[in-house]
Ligand binder design. Structure first.
Ligand SMILES: *[C@@H]1O[C@H](CO)[C@@H](O)[C@H](O)[C@H]1NC(C)=O
Ligand SMILES: *[C@@H]1O[C@H](CO)[C@@H](O)[C@H](O)[C@H]1NC(C)=O
Ligand SMILES: *[C@@H]1O[C@H](CO)[C@@H](O)[C@H](O)[C@H]1NC(C)=O
Ligand SMILES: *[C@@H]1O[C@H](CO)[C@@H](O)[C@H](O)[C@H]1NC(C)=O
Ligand SMILES: *[C@@H]1O[C@H](CO)[C@@H](O)[C@H](O)[C@H]1NC(C)=O
Ligand SMILES: *[C@@H]1O[C@H](CO)[C@@H](O)[C@H](O)[C@H]1NC(C)=O
Length: 567
């Protein structure tokens, strides 16, 4: 059955046209507002910039000091006459976690606006003192370098309210990662840069301002998308003697981590690699080995021309035999959007040696057996949640309002045996459906209590609770960055639903597919905007090239196996 495309080209084009028109009008209006407000303020921007330059000089000296561990430079200090802040650090991996009370804090911040000019104006620029000196910045590899930066309005005055959505990227020859950006809710932010000492070299740091003050969360984000590249600078990471804790193979307990800060590293490259007639890129030999500790198994089978993802732990890449040994006699239940449909097909085609299955439907319950050992079978059930009617779209979590749909889901948990593992996601359809973050949080509460009740019933029947993984929705790519399911909104929705599911005691683990997809979301090379796992095809792709890269979703298939099989 052919999969319905989530967004039509007409709709995308329309959004883009609307966007251009609205941004023009908005900018004009905002500019008029600024002139009136800011001409009466005496503080000159020049002083601020000079003060920052001064700090940059100071920093340049410090950043060459070999034993300086973690640098935290506060951008607001010169403005407020404080000294810059250097925090003692240590050589550990950068990490983050789900903010406590995420949803309520978010709603409070989202509605906090107005009263003062610095809250009403919009960011157009940033100041990053350590970076704005114009020279190549040198940083030691290994350490976490956390730098403050400040959002500025169009008269270069600092904003005093947060919620701007920055897309950050740190890319080198053999490394791609999303640096952690923190929002202090007062117009200042920080960005944390870290590369492993084995990957010294020259990197590009890119910072794009995609949305201002939570505007990506709006019902019509295409009217508000800002999408300006504010920095694209070279940074040299030099080798240092620092030791980072070596990554270990992912264990079951590693999936408890709510937010992943991983990276893609490259361990092989074939410059002459081209697409084959079946749309696949077999650039490296299938048995091209993983390099410890970045992955375990054959890297060649990922068809990524040497790239692999790792996070606070590293993943095993499964051969057909090891995957079947893991999945045999199991029942895996998926509930989510069309990205699940693609991932399941890729899992069957690429990993489980079932290339003849060219697609799976949006809703199915099937047993598959190992072609090399028919005694090994796995049951996979997948229920699309974009709508309670499997041929429709854009209801998302609200599909649970339909009683028939609820019964359909409950049925699988009321048999004698129930799924041993559940993988759920939500997002793309929710991005289109819900009018605002408050409405979505109500929908997420409802979904969490629905699944909480399902699990309670399981427990009452004396059965073992399935392991439930929340699999974060993708970072939508290229043109889709300005649409209803843009990455700003998807990241927030992921967090809100995860918080609710955890409160309801449903979730036992997280698979952060948002972090996995993010480094590849800037264009459409690895996605069609809303799917990373479309089947390989030697055909014209959305970006005009022939063929597309599917390895990001294939990596997810292996990460799922790790989650299912790790002890
Ligand atoms: C670190 O630098 C300080 C002075 O900048 C120096 O006194 C100290 O010995 C250095 N420590 C190490 C471990 O190199
Ligand atoms: C979270 O919210 C609860 C209830 O409103 C409050 O008691 C608690 O202090 C909050 N925790 C944080 C870290 O904000
Ligand atoms: C860094 O940016 C430059 C200029 O845009 C580009 O030529 C180069 O390929 C980039 N390097 C990496 C590793 O992305
Ligand atoms: C913004 O918040 C950060 C973190 O709480 C704080 O260190 C900084 O001083 C604040 N900046 C201003 C201008 O208040
Ligand atoms: C799959 O196999 C299980 C038993 O292993 C059976 O109960 C179930 O009905 C089968 N499902 C399908 C769709 O054949
Ligand atoms: C599902 O939607 C289609 C239209 O897309 C409609 O024809 C069909 O009757 C609907 N199914 C149900 C069960 O309502």
């Amino acid at each position: 059955m052919p999969e319905k495309v989530v967004i039509s080209p007409q709709r995308a084009l329309w959004s883009i046209l609307m966007l251009h028109w609205r941004v023009g009008l908005l900018t004009a209006l905002v500019l008029v507002g600024m002139v009136v407000v800011w001409s009466i303020d005496g503080c000159t921007v020049k002083n601020i910039i000079q003060a920052w330059r001064y700090q940059q000089d100071y920093l340049a000296v410090r950043s060459h000091t070999p034993n300086l561990t973690l640098t935290f430079v506060s951008p607001y200090s010169p403005v407020y006459g404080k000294k810059s802040l250097l925090v003692e650090g240590h050589a550990s991996w950068v990490s983050n976690e789900l903010e406590p009370n995420l949803t309520s804090n978010l709603i409070a911040r989202w509605s906090a606006r107005g009263g003062e000019p610095c809250k009403d104006s919009k960011a157009v620029e940033i100041a990053i003192p350590w970076l704005d000196g114009g020279e190549v910045v040198d940083l030691s590899a290994g350490y976490v370098h956390e730098f403050g930066f400040q959002a500025l309005d169009d008269s270069e005055k600092p904003l005093c309210v947060g919620g701007d959505y920055f897309e950050a990227d740190l890319s080198g020859e053999s490394w791609k990662s999303r640096p952690l950006v923190k929002d202090f809710s007062n117009g200042s932010y920080s960005i944390s840069l870290q590369v492993h000492p084995d990957f010294d070299g020259v990197y590009n740091l890119t910072i794009i301002l995609l949305y201002r003050h939570f505007e990506g969360l709006k019902f019509t984000p295409w009217k508000f998308s800002y999408d300006r590249m504010l920095r694209n600078v070279a940074i040299r990471f030099y080798k240092s003697s620092v030791q980072l804790p070596e990554l270990q193979a992912c264990k079951a307990s590693d999936f408890v981590r709510d937010v992943w800060i991983g990276r893609w590293t490259r361990h092989g490259k074939n410059d002459d690699c081209s697409i084959e007639n079946d749309g696949r890129y077999r650039c490296l030999a299938p048995d091209f080995p993983c390099q410890a500790p970045w992955c375990d198994g054959s890297l060649g089978i990922l068809e990524s021309n040497g790239w692999v993802y790792s996070t606070h732990c590293s993943f095993k890449l499964y051969s057909a035999e090891s995957a079947w040994n893991c999945l045999k006699n199991r029942w895996v239940f998926f509930w989510g959007d069309s990205n699940h449909v693609d991932t399941i097909r890729n899992l069957l085609n690429f990993v489980l040696d079932l290339p003849e299955i060219s697609s799976v439907p949006r809703r199915f319950d099937m047993n598959f057996s190992n072609p090399r050992d028919p005694s090994q079978t796995v049951r996979i059930t997948s229920i699309f949640n974009g709508h309670w009617n499997e041929t429709q779209n854009y209801l998302g979590l609200d599909s649970l309002k339909d009683e028939g749909f609820q019964d359909l889901l409950k049925k699988y948990f009321s048999e004698d045996t129930i799924p041993d593992t559940v993988v759920m996601n939500s997002g793309l359809h929710d991005g289109v459906h819900w009018h605002n973050i408050r409405a979505f949080s109500v929908g997420a509460d409802y979904a969490a209590s629905f699944w909480g009740d399902v699990m309670k019933t399981v427990k009452q029947r004396g059965l073992a609770w399935p392991r439930v993984f929340y699999r974060n929705t993708i970072a939508t790519g290229g043109y889709a960055r300005s649409l209803a399911f843009n990455p700003n909104k998807m990241e927030v929705f992921n967090g809100v639903l995860l918080e609710k599911l955890k409160q309801a005691g449903v979730v036992s683990g997280v698979i952060d597919n948002f972090d996995m997809t993010f480094p590849w979301h800037f264009d459409n090379r690895c996605n069609d905007g809303v799917h990373y796992g479309r089947a390989p095809a030697k055909m014209k792709w959305r970006d005009g090239q022939i063929g597309h890269q599917y390895f990001v979703d294939l990596m997810l298939a292996h990460v799922l196996l790790n989650a299912l099989c790790a002890r």
